[in-house]
Design a protein around this ligand. Sequence first.
Ligand code: VG1
Ligand code: CO
Length: 582
Amino acid sequence: MVVFKVSRVQTSPFDGQKPGTSGLRKKVKVFVQPNYLHNFVQATFNALTAEKVRGATLVVSGDGRYFSKDAIQIITKMAAANGVRRVWVGQNGLLSTPAVSCVIRERVGPDGSKATGAFILTASHNPGGPHEDFGIKYNMENGGPAPEGITDKIYKNTTTITEYLIAEDLPDVDISALGVTNFTGPEGPFDVEVFDSATDYVKLMKSIFDFESIRKLLTSPKFSFCYDALHGVAGAYAKRIFVDELGAQENSLLNCVPKEDFGGGHPDPNLTYAKELVARMGLGNSETQGEPPEFGAAADGDADRNMILGKRFFVTPSDSVAIIAANAVEAIPYFSAGLKGVARSMPTSAALDVAAKHLNLKFFEVPTGWKFFGNLMDAGLCSICGEESFGTGSDHIREKDGIWAVLAWLSILAYKNKDKLQDKLVTVEDIVRNHWATYGRHYYTRYDYENVDAGAAKELMAYLVKLQSSLPEVNKIVKGVRSDVSNVVNADEFEYKDPVDGSISSHQGIRYLFEDGSRLIFRLSGTGSEGATIRLYIEQYEKDPSKTGRLSHEALAPLVDVALKLSKMQEYTGRSAPTVIT
Ligand code: VG1
Ligand code: CO
């Protein structure tokens, strides 16, 4: 058996190791600098209480992007040196973000051990490869992202760090082969276990959904299906779940081989980046070959996001979470006893609010980022939640879950078509249009201005905050642009008080709220790795069922006009158009 030594290595702080909306994300060339990753990992160990580190079981894996394999070896050696008892690694270092959350909560090791946390190696929807992004975040014992209290401590530690611990002579572990490797250090045994990336997750999904009814749908000649993993880690689950378990055709999987650089693409499931799927579904400008499938979905790099499409039809993520919530009790066995409550992030449309009111459910509005949902779920206050950014999930884990969302939609489709599969299919589009007819429609769009000069972005935000002090001034501008838009009745910066632990998160986005329920929201992204990204969220509520069928961009045109002029977007950023519209 190999006996390793612990070295203390002198180091000094790097600027800018502040975790953002979801961990630390930087260009690979930043992460590969000597000591850069080491500092962040040690700062994290130092921010955790001793019992979460010494003798603990830690999960270390991610979406398989470039630099992950090296990072896994480094973190393993540092874990050994910091007194961790064992490290669990998904085969080839692959675990989707939801699967990590599942493994922390559900997996029991051969000796009865359970994990108390995880390093997730991903920059999620950001591109990968030697010239692109890498990322790392820490998840806690409940399976959710570290709360701000911990990420603040981690950041503080990175600014004062002087040394880190590492077992330099620990040999690299072969993470392609399943099995346990045993080592001995100064304080006793240390093990690395490589396990199958999908087993625990598949088991959890089977306990939530009625796989038999989904299988009936997927194998019916009336139905057709397509799933695009964009070469992210979802590919490691898609074949097992959709093909092996549920009987989908193998050719219904697109880009399902995980790649270190996501095949050179942008692993972000939206209408801009999921080009192949969008074309196959008969959307966009591209020519479609043959009849599009009835259902299509895509995932991001770490498989926590989802995009849901029907034949020639796009489901906005804000509608998706509302529709799942409205149908969950009937269509998904896990929820059959009822929902505890629902929640959305602030910029997500109020479609969920309306459904919650009709269904008499507790409702919460939290800041952007999944870490805020975890407390509500741990306290038994929330069953289903979602974000406008293609994130949907439930209290089965503490991360958003891309494949879960697809299974939720397939369950709803299976339920609506129960006993009727011989007749005309109830489609994705039918389900959405029926939802609008019942609850009204929230027209919604998001404009992203990526890689804007950081100084200019800050100035624009400061200007918008200053403008809020005078609503008459705001309304003068609004009316000057479009007299047919209603009045701004409230404007503020969103602040959240966590109802469970009372912690306060300020400056979570600038809001302009209109008399008719419309909203304009401005935020700076916290997941980029260079410059700044401005996000502009535009929403308008239409209750009249005869007006819910308009084209979204036409319905929203007046508000878009107002938003751009109100914020002086072009003046501040020099951009005449956004980088991405979703
Ligand atoms: C974005 C989204 C946010 C999401 C976050 C992480 O954050 O807006 O809703 O939770 O990404 O998603 P920001 O700060 O850039 O707006 V993932 O799939 O990239 O981990
Ligand atoms: Co993601």
